[in-house]
Write a protein that binds this ligand. Structure first.
Ligand code: M6R
Length: 627
């Protein structure tokens, strides 16, 4: 949530900030602002609405923002509505300091009261503004006690360290000051911050997309650390001022990967990239002796053998990937596997110990609910394996081992290609656990892996045949609601289809286990209601297939319009399907990799037919860094 960029170097800070913000806008888009240090002054401009509003205001303003030190922000509102006044950057009483922030400062009310009591005038409703005024006070104190600062210590850096010591909550803060044009200073706690190291220029940002056009050399910043960025590099300390090292890494994708590449929307591009994304997730994962290759492994094979229970924690779409994984993990490993929304996990005191494996799934690696679940699990001594798409993000760093999904940057707020990557990664972990625990033989694992390796081709075939799905979606533009039904792994797919439709088309959509329908939700069926049914393969689990065919008939009997997703060759469903969407045949546990695809296309097309922006749906942000 909230996109942040700070810059110091030889280029126009304004231009760098705007280019960065265009790439970060998916993180929050209800207001935007910039601040640039110009000739001993600080110039700021802020506007409610999308970045385009700020750009328009900049084009109209007389005030030059032509310095080489500056910051920029796109906001997802928490405290105070999306107005010009609440937009970042925020300044102190003297307009000397500019602050941008991602996160929530939980003790801001008390801090604000103290500041107002001390004579400060705060103009916005935000929690962020207190930081600017606290910095003003700390800098004044440092000036008074000038001699107490060690030589070479920048007062702004020291002031930020002191302020951070007084803050509770989650935050990334980036700060500039009119009297300190040679530094941009930043701090983080439970909120993302990465450094970009260029030649004679340094970037600070929420994620690497902000500076990928300038450099691919990045530095991970640890928890509770302060970074002083200069043109020639950075100094990092903890909040107490002790020097620490950042972890350097090279970003393995370039700027073109974060561009639309000829598509009108990122989401359309990302849907079409799914065969490649899936292939990249799977590539090189199993060694010749069928050992799974994790990216960062601080767990031994013996640790995996000692596991006696699995928990999966995640949010939203990632949670749906976890629900699919449960079927595979339990079937292949015979270990009990629970799947839990990360936001609920730590509050119910789950039973965890060192023989519990917690799998945390997150595209961004920054979702605060998931991060807090990971921290809780580790405090209880559980082993934590992260499945993540973003190198250098917090969740992998806080986990014992990582499997990166390698799907490349996902800019559309709705997850698509990374969902397939997450499902595939979970399946690999399930197979690995089964193998090390001796539940599946090597040749059985190899057979599954072979079928998995074929899925990118099946996804490509599915994408090649979705044109009728688009036409169907357009025909339902005026529908009031859509229900989604599934059984077994088709149930999480139904949930995912409903989530996509809610978030993109703002329609009432619900996913149900098809068998549960008669226990209540069937009352929702009325003539003409579109009901999407994800049908399991008639091969393999034929009892399931028979049951869902009955469920289709139940809704048809009550006048619903049945939209059936079924595999090639399944003729049994034909008489009951008003609209039949065909997908290639796959083993049951792998089927979500293909059955989800038409549902993504359906939701995207319906939203477009309603004239909506599928990349930036209202009220949402790509990376949810508040609880
Ligand atoms: O970055 P994460 O995977 O941790 O994000 C979790 C959810 O916020 C996310 O999956 C969200 O539900 C999707 N954008 C929905 O498409």
């Amino acid at each position: 949530m909230c996109g942040i960029i700070g810059y110091i170097g030889g280029q126009s800070a304004l231009e760098v900030a705007l280019t960065g913000l265009r790439r970060l806008e998916y993180r929050g888009y209800d207001s935007a602002g910039v601040a640039v240090v110009v000739d001993g002054g600080l110039r700021t401009l802020r506007r409610a609405g999308k970045l385009a509003n700020l750009e328009k205001a900049l084009a109209e303003t007389e005030a030059g923002l032509s310095g080489t030190t500056g910051i920029g922000h796109t906001r997802w509102a928490t405290h105070g509505g999306p107005t010009d006044t609440n937009a970042h950057p925020h300044t102190d009483c003297t307009s000397a300091v500019g602050v941008i922030h991602n996160g929530i400062i939980e003790n801001f009310a008390g801090l604000r009261a103290g500041l107002e009591h001390g004579g400060h005038e705060l103009t916005s409703e935000t929690d962020t503004e207190v930081v600017a005024h606290l910095l003003e006070d700390e800098l004044a104190t440092l000036v008074r006690d000038g001699s107490s600062l060690p030589a070479g210590t920048n007062p702004l850096t020291e002031a930020l360290r002191r302020v951070c010591g007084r803050l509770e909550g989650a935050f990334t803060l980036v700060v500039v000051h009119r009297d300190h044009p040679d530094v941009v200073v930043a701090a983080r706690r439970n909120s993302p911050l990465v450094v970009g190291l260029g030649a004679g220029e340094t970037f600070l940002a929420s994620d690497v997309a902000a500076f990928i056009a300038h450099t691919r050399n990045a530095l991970e910043i640890g928890q509770d650390q302060v970074v002083e960025a200069r043109r020639d590099g950075v100094s990092i300390t903890d909040f107490a001022g002790n020097p620490v090292e950042g972890r350097p890494y090279h970003v393995d994708w370039d700027a073109s990967a974060a561009e639309k590449g000829g598509y009108p929307y990122f989401m359309l591009k990302e849907i079409s990239e799914q065969p490649t994304a899936l292939a990249d997730t799977l590539r090189g994962r199993l060694s010749d002796d069928a050992e799974i290759v994790l990216d960062e492994e601080r767990l031994s094979t013996q640790d995996f053998r000692d596991i006696d229970k699995v928990f999966i924690v995640a949010c939203g779409t990632a949670y749906h990937a976890g629900l699919i994984a449960k079927y595979a993990v339990e079937h292949w490993t015979r270990l009990p596997c629970e799947v839990e929304m990360a936001s609920e996990f730590r509050y119910r005191d789950p039973v965890l110990d060192r023989s519990t494996l917690v799998i945390a799934i997150s595209q961004s690696g920054e979702t605060l609910d998931t991060l807090m679940a990971v921290k809780h699990a580790r405090e209880q001594k559980a082993r934590v394996l992260a499945i993540c798409n973003t190198n250098g993000s917090t969740i992998p760093r806080e986990s014992d081992a990582v499997l990166y999904t390698r799907c490349g940057p996902e800019v559309g707020v709705a997850s698509t290609k990374t969902f397939l990557g997450q499902v595939a990664a979970c399946l690999l972990v399930g197979l690995y656990l089964a193998q090390v625990r001796g539940v599946l033989y090597g040749d059985e694992v190899a057979r599954y892996v072979e079928r998995l390796q074929a899925t990118p081709t099946l996804v490509r075939e599915t994408l090649a045949t979705v044109e009728p799905v688009r036409a169907l979606a357009r025909s339902l533009v005026d529908a009031k609601a859509v229900l989604f039904l599934g059984r077994h792994v088709g149930y999480p797919v139904a949930l995912e289809g409903a989530l996509k439709l809610k978030e993109l088309a703002y329609m009432h959509a619900e996913g149900f286990p098809a068998g549960e329908l008669k226990h209540g939700p069937i009352a929702l069926i009325e003539p003409g209601l579109p009901v999407v049914i994800v049908v399991p393969s008639p091969r393999g689990r034929s009892h399931l297939h028979g049951k869902i065919v009955s469920n289709i008939q139940e809704v048809r009997a009550r006048g619903a319009r049945t939209i059936v997703i079924a595999e090639e060759g399944d003729t049994i469903v034909e008489p009951y399907a008003e609209h039949l969407i065909r997908v290639p045949a796959t083993p049951t546990l792998l089927a979500p990799l293909v059955t989800t695809v038409p549902l993504q296309v359906f939701a995207c097309e319906l939203a477009l037919a309603r004239g909506l922006d599928v990349d930036q749906p209202r009220n949402l942000a790509k990376s949810v860094t508040v609880e």
